[in-house]
Write a protein that binds this ligand. Structure first.
Ligand code: 13P
Ligand code: SF4
Length: 304
């Protein structure tokens, strides 16, 4: 552990704060975080941790969701400009058009979305619970926003539903190509392909297992295989190596690096802990009321 990590841990104790980190943030933050996980795990943790201050090392929609679910807590972020581009990739017109066309419609929004988008929706999902939550919904028609790739994956698992798609995507996952995975597979024929559902469908066609970041890590942990081709952001390498020190992990030459997640640094983490700056603000009350309902609805349906 380096000196700055030690100082952060001491300061965290003094302030009674908890550090939550997504698998995509730099490894030196994951090393000292109280909780490291996928979006679903972190959302649940934000609700159950007793600490009055949470430092969320991730991107905006994560900090914002944590704040809405815990209005009494202070949620700090090392860098408030860390934003997920996909979280904005749907318009109100798209949602209104689907609502006008279908009576029996559920608007399902990926947690990678702004509070405002959540407020137009009925229920939220993450990649870890989307299939389960959609199956629990009574409605036949599902407008799935903003991610088209996750939408197509969930639709393939829910054949009884009629999906309406939106053209959002994650730039990191969209641009890793099937050709790159095929070339890796030729080099390492015994390797299993583990991919995130945000990847494009051509790449997903090569996958032996499609899952959230935690799902990918757990699968590798429990597998007998010794080699894996990984279709998600490179930050998962730290947890994969911890889970399987004996295994080899290969990423595509188009390195999937989320520049926003990498805005989280130890220096900024120390700064926000010592000053209390970068507190996540509560969105407008008319947004919070419905957006919080969509998040609560997700927790309820996912727990069924
Ligand atoms: P997970 O919920 O699988 O961690 O995914 C979050 C994310 O942003 C993927 O790009
Ligand atoms: Fe958003 Fe993609 Fe980064 Fe995930 S990897 S936070 S979806 S930009």
């Amino acid at each position: 552990m380096n000196e700055l990590q030690e100082k952060i841990l001491a300061l965290k104790e003094e302030k009674g704060a908890a550090i939550l980190a997504h698998y995509y943030v730099p490894a030196e933050i994951q090393e000292i975080a109280d909780c490291v996980g996928d979006s679903f795990f972190l959302a649940k943790k934000a609700k159950s941790l007793p600490n009055e201050t949470l430092v969320f090392c991730g991107v905006n929609f994560m900090g914002e969701s944590a704040k809405m679910m815990n209005p009494e807590k202070t949620v700090l972020m090392p860098d408030l400009s860390a934003d997920c581009p996909m979280a904005h990739m749907v318009t109100k017109e798209t949602v209104d058009a689907a609502k006008a066309e279908y009576d029996d419609l559920a608007v399902v929004c990926y947690i990678n979305s702004t509070a405002e988008i959540k407020s137009w929706s009925d229920v939220c999902v993450t990649s870890a619970n989307a299939v389960k939550v959609v199956k629990e919904l009574p409605q036949k028609n599902i407008l799935f926003i903003p991610d088209r790739n996750l939408a197509h994956f969930v639709a393939s698992q829910c054949p009884d539903k009629n999906f309406i798609y939106n053209e959002g995507y994650c730039p990191r996952h969209e641009f890793m190509s099937a050709e790159e995975v095929a070339a890796l597979k030729e080099e390492h024929p015994d390797a299993l392909v583990l991919a995130h559902p945000e990847c494009n469908p051509a790449l997903l066609a090569y996958a032996d297992h499609i899952a959230s970041t935690s799902g990918i890590i757990n699968y590798a942990k429990d597998s007998d295989a010794k080699e894996f081709i990984i279709g998600t952001e490179i930050g998962v390498y730290y947890a994969l190596k911890q889970a399987r020190p004996d295994a080899s992990f290969y990423f595509t030459p188009t390195q999937p690096i989320c520049v926003n997640m990498k805005k989280n640094t130890l220096e900024k983490l120390y700064q926000v802990l010592s000053t209390g700056e970068n507190a996540v603000e509560m969105p407008a009350p008319e947004v919070v009321a419905q957006a919080t309902k969509t998040l609560d609805q997700m927790l309820e349906l996912a727990a069924k």
